[in-house]
Each structure stands twice: as structure tokens, then as C-alpha cells.
Design a protein around this ligand. Sequence first.
Ligand SMILES: Nc1ncnc2c1ncn2[C@@H]1O[C@H](COP(=O)(O)OP(=O)(O)OP(=O)(O)O)[C@@H](O)[C@H]1O
Ligand SMILES: [Mg+2]
Length: 594
Amino acid sequence: MARVVGIDLGTTNSCVSFMDGSEPRIIPNDRGNNLTPSVVAFTQSGDILVGEAAKNQAVLNLERTIMSVKRAMGSDRKFRVDHRDFSPVDISSYILKKLKRDAEVFLGMEVHGAVISVPAYFNEQQRRATREAGRLAGFEVKRIINEPTATALAYGLQSETRVLIYDLGGGTFDITVLAREGNALKVLSTRGNNNLGGMDFDNLLLQKVLKQLYDERGFAPSLLVGQDLMFLQMLKQETEKAKIELSSRECTTIAIPFVQSGVKLNHISCQLRRRDFEALISDLVDQTLELTMRAIKDAGLTVRSIDTYILSGGSSRIPLIKSRLASLLGAEKGLAADSLPAGGQKRQIRIRTKPDESVAMGAALQGALINGKNKTLILKDITPLALGIEVDGGSFIPLIKRNSPVPVSVKRDFTTIANNQTSVEVHILQGNSPKAIRNHSLGRFLLSGIREVGKGKPRIEVSFEMDVDGILQVTAHDPDTGSEQSVVLAQGNEQGCDQQDNSFSAITDLKKRINFLIHRISRLIGLSRDRIFAAEIKEITARANQALLSGSSVELNKCRIALERILGDLEMISKYLETESEGAFSLTTYRRSR
Ligand SMILES: Nc1ncnc2c1ncn2[C@@H]1O[C@H](COP(=O)(O)OP(=O)(O)OP(=O)(O)O)[C@@H](O)[C@H]1O
Ligand SMILES: [Mg+2]
């Protein structure tokens, strides 16, 4: 029997959990640890290491070691190793593959389904990239869940009415306000910063240590400005350990023996005090507190109306964070709790004994909710970022406002800006800035066939509909002429689009593209003598013809992706035939790359 696991794909650590009866339990990795470092390394001999094995060799093999890949998710960044480029999705899929393997060994059975967490503040592209990484790792990704929502599930929230989750991990910060109403767990608001976390504290501390070493010990500046990457990596790791120690001690020492400086060997030691560390991170902590207050305001609440504050993520162990939050919120601080009490004790800040494990546990619970095994709770989430369109002058008009509960459906009228204008471009964006350029573009399409009249006269209805899985449909409609265009972004849909797919293209454009692909493929099909490939082409072409008739944009997109792959393969064969002498490339043994 295959199981569904819950995965916290973290910036610094990842964690996997499963439902043991009605309780979520963390699955230890092959070294017996609950957290697996989100580190991937490529060895000289071509092996791929993930987790502790990768982290432990990072100092000696830095150029081939990739860390904090989560910060690059959804971007076009490439990691170059030995002349090969790896995308953030590729690297994340290696981490997920390891978690899958560890889970299968531990459970003694195959694992197919997964619920994977992302920061609440991730945009569509980052979510899609995460989903794609899961698919590449061999998972059927059942749902992408927001990390604070997962934490809320892990705590149960039996009797609580209003809860605030402050989640500060290694690379990201999220704040979410939730309410438990009957059997519904409703997310009321969320704010965050995808570039604020423990690694930023590490960097600040590292700069301080480098300066201290230079001022006090006169260490060679070349060493200290980062010429020596190996030394710097070692110092970075020691700095993170020192930071963690400062959570339980007032003072600590970084010591590294036998460091070469010029011709001499030196022993490095550097004293650090909690007080100084707190002064260093104070501004960043302030930013998190500001976002906390805004999230409370967005939820239409005040600090007094929130019953419980839950701290999540490894960096929430820093004492300064607990005390600053407690004084801001006027609550008792630092109560450890692995589940919430059954009422009575109000306005407390709670932290799990292991705050870095609650997200994975909540993700496993969500898996059970989807599977219908746990019917006690209905989860109602929101869209963290506004969705809307660009209008004349580069302004962004949100149709679905930030923090709107999903499912949601919004309609709004727009018009033309020039006389006799017969088409308009609908540019769909996601973000919270009033300027379109500052937001994230999801795609654009054209609505043509508008009546030729004076500017401002036509009424163009634009509607945004997002369902519970985050699938967004945008439609533009001219009621006068009946002209209509519609596109679907299958964000939460595993049958949806793959990574290169920009999803948003008008249905007519999609149909044109598919017709073109079918035509090109029919001209090149004779090049391949591989029977399996030929059968596959036939099957996908038949499906595409069906999709052209039904007009389902999700199905059209799926077919387009499949046809593009086929065409790519056929064009590759054609190139080989042009450039290679006959017989050098055996087409009968050709199999498509997948
Ligand atoms: N006792 C501690 N004191 C201070 N920082 C700590 C402590 N324990 C762990 N951390 C920090 O917590 C971070 C890791 O936390 P966690 O595992 O929750 O993050 P993550 O899930 O990898 O990141 P994210 O959720 O941001 O993607 C690291 O920066 C680590 O140094
Ligand atoms: Mg995390």
C-alpha cells in the first residue's frame, strides 16, 4: 500500500512526516536524524550527495555543493557544476528524492503521494516550481500547503479561536493569523518576507567575526575578504554553531585551529556575546515585528483579540525574538507546548519543543485530510498576494485582493483607451505593488473583436475565478459583440503545466499552436522508425484533436506540452540525419528522452 507523506522543503533543513494512525510522526533519515540538511553536492566521481553527507564535505568541495536552493525557486537561476547546468527545480528534486527514499526504507513500502509545504508568501511561479520538483522526484504532489497553515494543523487548535503563527526559519519569514470556527480552520491574513531568515543572521554574525579577527588579530585582509573560500565556509559553519549556542548561553567562542595566514599557521579564536548578536539582528527582528502587526491589522483584529501566539521555525528559538514578541503583544513568553491546552489559558506565546518539525507534521495531517481519513477539520486558506491586471499608465488593478479566502470569484468592467480600438491586451499579474512593473507577470492574452466605437464606450468584463486548489481562470468578455477569451493557470493542478509552460495564453492561441505542432509532427514522423514512439505520437495527436474539439484549456495545455516534447525529439533526429553520416545514429533504437 502506498502512503502520502508530508514534506517541509526548507531553506536549510528538510523534514518528512507520515500519519501513524491519527498522529503525525517524523521519519528519521538514514542517519537517524529528523532534519535533513537541504544541501546537494556533486562529487568528482559523479555521485550526488544529499543531506548530511553533502553538508559535511562542503568545506572541501564548495564549488560542487549547492545550499539554500529554496531562495532561487521559481527563478531562472542555474547552478553550474562541471559544465552542466542545474535548475533550482532539479536541485530541489534531489532533496525530495532522498526524503522519498528515506521514507520508503523507514516505512518498508513505496511512497507516492506527498503534500509539500511552501512559505505562505511564495508566488505562483515558486509554488509551481516546488510542485514540479516533487513530480521530478517521483511524487504525486497532492497539495502545496502554506507552512504556517501546516503548523496550525500540527497544533490541533482544538479550542482556540484566534491564533497567530510566527514562522522564522533558515531563509524565510511568514506570519499568519488563523481562526478556528467550528470544524473550519480559516486563514485570515498572511504577510512575510521570502528573504529573511537564520542565514541572514549568520551572515551578519560572520561579518562581525571577520571584522573582529582583522581588528584584534590583524588577520590578513585577503583571507578575510573572502579570497579563501574554504576558510570562509568553515568559518560560516562555525558562526552558525555559535549563533545557536548563543540561544542558550550569554557568551561563546569560535575556535578554528591551524589556519594558514601568509606563511604562518594560526589558531583562530573569537569571543561572541549574546548582547552583541542581539544588537546585530535587531533591525531584522524589527522588520518581522512590523509585518506581525500588519498581519494582525489585515485580519481585522487587535493584539488583544488573539488568544495564542505560536512560534515556528528554528530561528524562533532565539531568546530575543520571544522576548520582543512578548513585549509587543503583551503576552506571557516562552511557554513550551506540543499541543495547545483545552481552553482557559489565554494569551500565551507557545513554542514547540521542536519548532522545526511542526510544518512537516502539519503537511502529513493535510495529506490525511485530502485522503478523507481525517474529517474533523476543513481548511480554508487565502491568497497571500493580490491578483489583477495592468491598466493604461502601468498601474496594477487588483481583482482578487490579498488575503482573499479561496475559492473566490471577482468580476470588473474595463474599457478601451483609443477611438475605434478593436482589441485589448489583458496582462495578468500577481503582487502587492500598485505599479504593474513591480509585480510578478503571470501572462497576457488578447481580446479582439471589440465593437469599433469611441474610446471609453465598450464594456469589457474581466473575471478572475480561483478554486480551492488555486486554479485560476481569467476571462475577458465583450457583452456587445459576444467576443470572449479565457485562460487557465493550473497552479494547484498536478495535471497542469510543466515548468517551461507560461500557462497563460489565449485558448485560440493554444489551438493555433497545437494545430501547428500536429502539422510539423506529421511532416517529420516518417523520420523515426521506433514503433513505440510512433504509437505514442499517434495517441497524443488523437488526444490533442479531442482537446481541440472540447476546448478545455487544461487539457489543451497538457497536449501542447506533450506535442512540443515530441516535436523537439523529432527535430533532434532530423538534425542528426543532416549532420551525421548514415548509420552513425541508429533510429531503430532511439527512445525519447523523458
Ligand atoms: N537554537 C537555535 N538558535 C538560533 N537559531 C537556530 C537554533 N536552532 C536552529 N536555528 C536556526 O534555524 C534555521 C533553520 O530552521 P528551520 O529548519 O526551521 O528552517 P528551514 O525550514 O530550513 O527554512 P525556511 O522555513 O526558512 O525555508 C537555521 O538558520 C538555524 O541556524
Ligand atoms: Mg521551514
